[in-house]
Design a binder for this molecule. Structure first.
Ligand code: HEC
Ligand code: HEC
Length: 280
């Protein structure tokens, strides 16, 4: 059973052939939502709502197939978009060709006309997360609360600050500072909605995280990024106790040694004194 689950994502990758129908939406979900929403605001890439109305369609078809080439040509629109994206260049998407680019733009057109596109992305408020949100995130991370999609817990591959004795995996990057790397709540949440890297896709492509999992995880990573990590604080406290205990033990031991040392030094002196007196 385990073997079958491991093979499945590869099979999907191989089957991803030319664009067709509903396939455009699936392709968008798997390859684009980590950087773009349709009507949900900018992530690392622009909001694509009504993009075909603000850009020439033929230009878009070409750009989507090879964004870097447009930059290299010095295309003024591409350069302006890159500036607005603070220097991030859209990557070349595996499996992209003209037919797929056209199908994607048709799909984006249709979604733009809806009051609420399925691709508005996760809407996260700017309100501070609660300690309960963070605690939930930690439970998901450690596997204390199993993932709804059935994937393995983050802790089997990743670590974060504050896991205490549990440790965590080192197969994958330490996620303590991942919030900073992703830049914002919206970017991190969108990334988790459709993880765009091979290791994560191999495990989770068919077992997507739910928004009820993503929000607490974002809360957790925002907290660890700011120096949080409840267990770490407990750990420090224990360390402090050990420290105090250690210091006390050292004083006692030192006291013994000192006393012994006094005796050890004094005895021969007294002895010598006696001997001197005896001699006199
Ligand atoms: C890693 C992030 C990333 C991914 C993944 C990504 N894009 Fe982009 N996209 C960008 C950025 C950033 C820009 C702005 C131009 C630039 O800086 O490269 C952009 C620009 C665009 C534009 C032009 C937007 C405008 O306002 O004119 C379109 C259309 C677009 N992307 C479509 C897509 C589609 C479709 C996919 C998926 C097949 C996709 N992008 C995947 C980051 C990304
Ligand atoms: C089977 C191992 C495995 C599990 C389980 C796993 N990951 Fe990952 N993850 C990886 C690997 C490997 C990478 C490095 C990039 C890649 O190859 O995908 C990664 C990268 C990431 C990144 C990007 C890190 C960065 O700095 O760019 C995030 C965020 C992430 N994982 C979140 C999670 C979360 C949240 C969970 C649990 C819900 C999880 N991962 C579970 C293997 C795993």
């Amino acid at each position: 059973m385990k073997g079958v689950l491991h093979v499945a994502p590869l099979a999907v990758l191989v089957l991803a052939g030319p664009a067709m129908g509903q396939d455009a939406a699936d392709f968008f979900r798997q390859n684009c939502v980590s950087c773009h929403t349709i009507g949900g605001g900018r992530l690392s890439g622009p909001d694509l709502k009504n993009v075909t109305q603000r850009q020439d369609r033929a230009w878009l078809v070409q750009f989507i197939q090879n964004p870097q080439a447009a930059m290299d040509r010095g295309d003024p629109i591409a350069l302006r978009l890159r500036e607005e994206a603070r220097g991030v260049v859209m990557p070349r998407i595996v499996g992209m060709d003209q037919a797929r680019a056209e199908a994607l733009l048709n799909m984006i057109d249709a979604e733009s006309k809806l009051e609420k596109s399925q691709f508005v992305g996760l809407q996260i408020s700017d309100q501070p997360f609660t300690p309960a949100d963070i605690a939930q995130g930690r439970r998901i991370f450690t596997g204390d609360r199993p993932l709804a999609g059935g994937g393995p817990a983050c802790i089997s591959c990743h670590t974060i600050r504050g896991l205490g004795g549990l440790g965590g995996g080192f197969l994958a990057p330490d996620l303590t500072k991942v919030f900073e790397r992703m830049g914002s709540r919206a970017s991190l949440a969108s990334w988790l909605l459709a993880p765009a890297t091979p290791g994560m896709q191999a495990t989770f492509r068919q077992r997507a995280f739910t928004s009820e999992e993503i929000l607490p995880l974002v809360a957790l990573f925002e907290d660890t990024g700011r120096g949080g990590g409840q267990d770490a604080r407990v750990g420090n406290f224990v360390f402090l106790l050990f420290g105090l205990g250690g210091a006390a033990a050292a004083l006692v031991a030192f006291g013994f040694a000192w006393r012994w040392r006094f005796k050890a030094v004094r005895a021969p002196m007294v002895e010598a004194g006696r001997r001197v007196r005896g001699l006199v």
